[in-house]
Design a protein around this ligand. Sequence first.
Ligand SMILES: NC(=O)c1ccc[n+]([C@@H]2O[C@H](COP(=O)([O-])OP(=O)(O)OC[C@H]3O[C@@H](n4cnc5c(N)ncnc54)[C@H](OP(=O)(O)O)[C@@H]3O)[C@@H](O)[C@H]2O)c1
Length: 211
Amino acid sequence: MQALTFTADLAEPGAIERLVAAIAAEGRTVDALVNNAGYGLPGTYIRTDWREQQAFLQVLVTAVCELTHRLAPGMAERGFGRVINVASVAGLVPAMPSHTLYGPAKSFVVKFSQSLHLEMLGKGVHVTALCPGLTYSEFHDVNGMRAQMGRIPQLMWQDAETVARAGFAAVEANRPMCITGWPNRVIVALARLLPEDVVMRIARRAARRLR
Ligand SMILES: NC(=O)c1ccc[n+]([C@@H]2O[C@H](COP(=O)([O-])OP(=O)(O)OC[C@H]3O[C@@H](n4cnc5c(N)ncnc54)[C@H](OP(=O)(O)O)[C@@H]3O)[C@@H](O)[C@H]2O)c1
């Protein structure tokens, strides 16, 4: 088996079109797409530059939609495909202050994946939103939150391989969503079951601790 690598800055206009054209020029088709690229944008919304917020939406939302839109039709035609959209528990619980568009972007990815999952039923194309919680990676180094996040108990953290394996199993089983790790499943279940004002009171307290 031969691996080809292509690099692209997904925030750049036209990057995805060029990427897909480069793959086609090599005579390759794409059977599996993992929309994984993402990062956090610290700071409160009004103190951030709009261009940074725009680039963030481009990478976390628009690129996910565009790559899928360009590659999923071929999967459907060939009767086989796998799409994992890496969302987050953050898309399923109340949003926190700072990283203002992160939760909304991940909620979008969950809803988008659910819709596409249903559209692709019976076509051999499986679509899953992968919702990890805190995962050891470079994410919190890149956004400068390592020190604050280090205060969160180890029980809440997973390693990237565990998350990736859970995502692979879920897409193979054609599950629309996969929340990794029991602590994350408990948090999401509570956020769904408790009344909104209780959830928001808990969120407010947690937000104070994170500041
Ligand atoms: N870590 C967590 O606690 C956590 C929890 C829930 C969900 N997630 C999600 O998991 C996914 C992977 O994050 P991670 O934890 O593995 O973080 P990571 O180690 O920082 O990896 C992020 C990846 O996204 C790529 N990326 C960022 N901006 C890009 C751009 N403009 N164009 C192309 N690629 C770009 C990075 O590429 P370069 O290295 O080349 O910049 C890197 O490969 C993200 O969608 C994140 O939101 C993470």
